[in-house]
Design a protein around this ligand. Structure first.
Ligand code: ADP
Length: 467
């Protein structure tokens, strides 16, 4: 079985959020399944460090005709770290090479042109490398139009006549809406199967509350929609080996390890060095979805009430939110923000934090809570999407719970939950039980890779229709 992943982001080459994580790790787990081959195709943005990743320019070059222009394309090749999965990079300087960000903020035409040309290039590239996929697995709106093109060409194009498409929706709120074309919607209608990144999100997007205007369309095709929970790369995210953190630890010695990482982060960020003060972390794209409008008033209210919580926030995105976070540094000695996409800083925060907050308005899966569980930072989340599927509130299930979870989207609820977590934190034995239970959980990719394989097999070899 041959699978081709096509994505706007692939960690560690390029990343803006969870999509990069997923495409940087799921293909490896799929390639580890028996009789499965995977390749990844992605644009070569200017931000990709070709030398550090040892990418090589191949001699494959061709032109893509699009809207009356011909775009010269050349192909680079690399390998997904710790695997043999080939990664092909589609190179065109004007469209990608000159981009310093995966998604050019405020330049929608440039972004759209780039992804549509990329999507055409994918078909030619697959021919040139003699890789005829059983399944083209595309992700979000950026590569969604590949499913549309595939459906159009399949009846007469021998090469792709048996290829099927899977479109995974990582976030329904980004739809690629340009003029009267909604690129995600086109992909949803034409893909052979749709997956979302958690079972709960697969249900939620069929409701007006979470459907982002697409719920009716998704309900119409609900027979081909399913949810497969994301995992994390447990080799990369491992507090026993993580090269970015000050002290390594595991579930048996986490108290000492986290204590040392916390102290190091407090020093680095200029926070008071205090091992008793609970340290709360936030890492995420600065977008409305992530609930910063709850976090900011909660931090303020807790400080006003005299609670000595410390906060470290890491993010990049909406320029207004970046400004708001930067301003916090001067306002409180207990709050520090760091603006930018910084993997090393992220891992230091996961390792140092006692708690990790994700009060999302919606959350297709969420990786932050899975990584924080692995690093022994107890998640405090709003129960939506993948957060429903992965976090169990310890107050309801004292022997199974792994975090704190609330329903109402309000700063008052977040504050109430932070306070509940802080109370728990001060009970050393209860806290140790909660942290170790989270650290013991297995959120590796294996079960998801198996579920994807079952789906690919069903598409590639459909059961005969009985008379
Ligand atoms: P989303 O996909 O909505 O961006 P997820 O929680 O699914 O959110 O995944 C976010 C991933 O990106 C996590 O691995 C998180 O650690 C990482 N991340 C987000 N923002 C940053 C940042 N500013 N610096 C480093 N890593 C980040």
């Amino acid at each position: 079985m041959k699978i081709a992943f096509c994505s706007a982001e692939v960690a560690p080459f390029s990343q803006a959020g969870g999509l990069g994580d997923v495409i940087g790790s799921l293909p490896r787990a799929i390639a580890e399944q028996q009789d499965t081959q995977v390749v990844i195709i992605t644009p070569l943005y200017g931000l990709v460090d070709t030398a550090a990743h040892r990418l090589e320019k191949t001699d494959i070059a061709f032109g893509v005709h699009f809207h009356g222009k011909t775009y010269p394309i050349s192909i680079w090749q690399g390998v997904l770290p710790r695997s043999e999965v080939p990664v092909y990079f589609v190179d065109n300087y004007d469209l990608f090479g000159s981009r310093k960000q995966v998604y050019p903020y405020g330049q929608p035409e440039w972004e759209l042109e780039g992804f549509l040309v990329f999507n055409q290039a994918v078909f030619e590239l697959l021919r040139r490398v003699h890789y005829r996929p059983d399944v083209l697995h595309v992700h979000d709106w950026h590569t969604g139009s590949i499913a549309t093109t595939l459906a159009e060409i399949r009846p007469y194009d021998q090469y792709f006549s048996r290829t099927k498409s899977v479109l995974t929706i990582h976030n329904l709120h980004y739809q690629g809406l340009y003029g009267d074309i909604n690129w995600l919607k086109e992909g949803i209608l034409k893909a052979d199967a749709i997956t979302t990144v958690s079972p709960t999100y697969a249900q939620e997007i069929q409701t007006p509350e979470f459907g982002a205007g697409m719920d009716a369309i998704i309900r119409d095709v609900s027979g081909k929609v399913s949810g497969i929970l994301n995992g994390i790369d447990t080799t990369l995210y491992n507090p026993e080996t993580d090269a970015f953190i000050t002290a390594h630890y595991n579930r048996s010695n986490f108290a000492e390890g986290k204590h040392r990482n916390k102290e190091a982060l407090q020093v680095e960020m200029g926070l008071p060095v205090d091992s008793e003060a609970p340290l709360l972390g936030f890492i995420g794209r600065l977008a409305d979805q992530k609930g910063l409008d709850l976090i900011l008033p909660t931090m303020k209210a807790l400080e006003a009430d005299g609670h000595k919580c410390q906060w470290v926030l890491l993010g990049t995105g909406d320029p207004k939110m970046e400004e708001a976070l930067k301003a916090l540094n001067a306002k409180s000695q207990n709050i520090r923000s760091f603006i930018g996409f910084n993997t090393a800083m992220a891992q230091k925060i996961y390792a140092a934090s006692d708690m990790f907050v994700m009060p999302s308005a919606f959350e297709p899966c969420g990786l932050g809570q899975l990584i924080s569980l692995r690093y022994g930072a107890v998640p405090i989340v709003r129960g939506v999407g993948g957060l429903v599927d992965t976090i169990t509130d310890v107050r309801n299930q004292p022997h199974r719970g792994n975090g704190f979870k609330f329903a109402e989207y309000s700063a008052a609820k977040l504050k109430e939950n932070v306070l509940a977590a802080v109370e728990y934190y001060h009970n050393k034995s209860l806290w140790a039980e909660l942290v170790t239970r989270g650290m013991e959980e297995d959120h590796s990719w294996k079960p998801s890779a198996e579920a994807y394989k079952v789906l690919y097999q069903r598409l590639a070899h459909p059961a005969p229709v009985s008379a």
